[in-house]
Design a protein around this ligand. Structure first.
Ligand code: HEC
Length: 183
């Protein structure tokens, strides 16, 4: 019931799209990096004010931007992907995919209100074939208990330690990785 209500209120917010975050690699802070079994390696960025808020025990503030950038790994000659000496994927080219979330003012005290966007980082144009109003929200509501943020636990760890976190997952694509992060 609580979740269904939350879902409705979240949906009421989705008339907008998150804009392209200009200069995101400079203006946002890298808090995590993650490899997946399909040879994708990602960088996770967030607004500096979100780090300050979490350090003070506050919620992610309205205006928080999160961006996730994807690279394809180098293919190994014998199959699979090339890895560095720590066992992490060796990155080849950036993918034409930048996923963005922007926290907007909630309409009620209960709603976790985010808008989404998907861009080609090289052209800064919306990613072809992606509808950010439909394609992102449903999956991210699984993380509703953590402000729609799957990597909340790792982000918090980063905010407390200053150490860029590993957000690796043995599953391909955007599948949610077990164990789900705790509240
Ligand atoms: C099928 C599920 C799924 C869909 C669809 C999906 N995501 Fe995610 N997203 C994830 C998971 C799981 C993570 C955690 C990082 C990881 O495992 O790579 C994540 C991470 C993120 C993050 C980093 C913050 C966080 O929540 O950890 C952003 C930003 C993001 N996604 C934006 C988007 C956007 C924009 C779309 C639509 C274009 C989208 N996502 C579609 C599952 C999904």
């Amino acid at each position: 019931m609580g979740l269904a209500l939350g879902l409705l209120m979240v949906q009421a917010q989705t008339s907008q799209v998150a804009p392209f975050p200009e200069n995101y690699a400079k203006n946002l802070v890298l808090y995590g990096m993650g490899d997946r079994s399909d040879g994708k390696s990602r960088n996770f960025y967030i607004s500096p004010q979100a780090i300050e808020a979490i350090q003070k025990g506050l919620e992610l503030p309205v205006g928080t931007v999160m961006a996730i950038e994807t690279y394809s790994a180098k293919r190994a000659p014998g199959g699979g992907f090339e890895k560095d000496k720590s066992g992490f994927l060796l990155r080849d080219k950036p993918d034409h995919e930048l996923h963005v979330m922007l926290k907007v003012a909630p309409q009620t005290a209960l709603s976790k209100a985010w808008v989404f966007g998907a861009y080609d980082p090289s052209s800064r144009l919306p990613q072809a074939g992606v509808n950010p109003l439909k394609d992102c929200l449903f999956c991210h509501t699984e993380a509703l208990g953590n402000d729609m943020m799957f990597s909340f636990k790792e982000f918090k760890q980063f905010a407390l330690s200053g150490q860029v976190q590993r957000i690796d997952c043995p599953l391909p694509e955007r599948q949610r990785c077990p164990p789900p992060s705790e509240h």
